[in-house]
Design a protein around this ligand. Structure first.
Ligand code: GDP
Length: 444
């Protein structure tokens, strides 16, 4: 799985991790290669674009932590964006509904529906102790019903007795009835496929859905078909409505384009993946684990996570000290802004702090909101060390230079300085009364 991408990303990022300093040009060059690697892995263009944009934005704005190298930071950023693209949290098949819970499997012929139905049934029986009934609604392909019956025997899961000549909708109805009578927890409906999406197929799926009220409708798609699988998911979702996907043949998919783009394009989670012809060739889809596997740099990722944790604690302590002594310069403001955006922006932070409503109002009145974080940070990073430590020296010509450097204007810089002054004054007052540090610790 993902071998080709793994190899490409590995060599691109390895080229960065050993280096001491990284310029914006280094990052851009690496991202151009990342972009190419993703496109070669058959990831949807729109997904590639938004991925590289987000990585660039974060890589350029990221403060590099003392104990790690800039390239390692980039690895972490790429990793986190990969996880995000894959869907952040793993989403399991949901059985949280009154029994019998109906799981409807849909997809094209040969995608692996029947095999996957049996794999899922086996797993639910063995690992979750569920009583499962499977039914094949495939009356088109000769022997399809018999195939499911045999698989059922193999995995020791009950299948609905076959009645020759019965139509799919009636079979579905009978399956739900039988499950109710038999006290089954779950009914898996293995529907018929076609070689391509057509109107009769969609009508049939809609009719089955109507009579069986499935709690899950899982599209089974062959990962080897790449972007076709993504488009298939889109059309099935529009016509029938799907709750998630199963990508099969991931064992043979070195590129991973479907797996990498389907969530971002359709918004539907990949719930499980097929990793072999055998009945235990099924895995849950965990975005973080997959991202780790693709990058193969889990050690660097955890290194950066640890460094970030310690730096957060160090920063909080030194900030508390500064506030108590009444010193709060623009470096501190930049650190604060970075912390704030990490913590869900203004709303997130103010919500955690009792009595901070007034400050929030003041900041809002000064025109300060979440969207401005990045511009504010850009302004501060365009300043010299001396300017950050002592904003009073910022006169007209310096402001002009900073505005040009940060792509903003003098008015915006003045706004930032005003906000900083307000915060510094307030913190001085709080620090003077000796109760600032506790409050600020809450803020960081
Ligand atoms: P259906 O027409 O959608 O029901 O497809 P089947 O379940 O009959 O599967 C078609 C073929 O794909 C069978 O030979 C399966 O063994 C194979 N298959 C299904 N899932 C996987 C998988 O995850 N990996 C591999 N390698 N083969 C699979």
């Amino acid at each position: 799985m993902f071998e080709s991408l793994q190899e490409r990303l590995g060599s691109i990022l390895n080229g960065l991790t050993g280096r001491g300093a990284l310029s914006e040009a280094d990052v851009s060059a690496a991202l151009r290669e990342v972009r190419r690697a993703l496109l070669e892995a058959d990831v949807a263009l729109e997904v590639v674009r938004s991925f590289t944009d987000k990585v660039r934005e974060k890589a350029v704005g990221a403060a590099v932590l003392k104990s790690i190298k800039p390239g390692q930071m980039v690895v972490k950023i790429v990793h986190d964006e990969l996880v995000d693209m894959l869907g952040a949290e793993g989403v399991a098949i949901d059985l949280n509904a009154p029994a019998p819970v109906v799981v409807m499997m849909v997809g094209l012929q040969g995608s692996g529906k029947t095999t996957t139905s049996a794999k899922i049934a086996k797993r639910l029986t063995e690992r979750q102790n569920k009583k499962v009934l499977m039914a094949s609604l495939d009356t088109r392909r000769p022997a399809a019903q018999e195939q499911l019956r045999q698989l059922g025997e193999q995995v020791k899961v009950a299948t609905l007795p076959i009645i020759a000549g019965q139509n799919p909708v009636d079979i579905a109805r009978r399956a739900v009835q039988a499950a109710k009578l038999g006290g089954h927890d779950v009914v898996i409906l293995d529907t018929a496929g076609r070689t391509h999406v057509d109107e009769p197929l969609m009508v049939e799926m809609a009719d089955i859905k109507k009579v069986s009220s499935p709690h899950e409708i899982l599209l089974v798609a062959d990962s080897l078909t790449g972007q076709d699988a993504v488009n298939l998911a889109k059309s099935f979702d529009e016509r029938v409505g799907i709750t998630g996907l199963v990508l099969t043949r991931m064992d043979g998919d070195g590129r991973g384009g479907a797996a990498l783009s389907v969530r971002a394009v359709t918004g539907k989670p990949i719930k499980v993946i097929g990793t072999g012809e055998k009945m235990d060739g099924l895995e849950e889809f965990h975005p973080k684990r997959i991202a780790d596997r693709i990058l193969g740099m889990g050690d660097i990722v955890s290194l950066v996570e640890k460094a970030a944790e310690t730096i957060d604690a160090e920063q909080a302590a030194s900030m508390a000290k500064k506030i108590q002594s009444g010193k709060f310069d623009l470096n501190d403001l930049a650190a604060q802004l970075q912390q704030m955006s990490k913590m869900g922006g203004m709303g997130g932070i103010m919500g955690m702090m009792p009595g901070m409503g007034k400050m929030k109002d003041q900041l809002a009145a000064a025109g300060f909101d979440d969207k401005m974080f990045r511009r504010q940070l850009a302004i501060i990073s365009s300043m010299t060390k001396a300017e950050r430590a002592n904003p009073d020296i910022l006169k007209h010509s310096r402001k002009k230079r900073i505005a040009a450097g940060s792509g903003t204007d003098a008015a915006e810089i003045n706004k930032l300085l005003k906000m900083h002054r307000g915060m510094a004054d307030m913190m001085k007052a709080m620090g003077g009364k000796g109760k600032g540090s506790g409050l600020m610790r809450g803020m960081m």
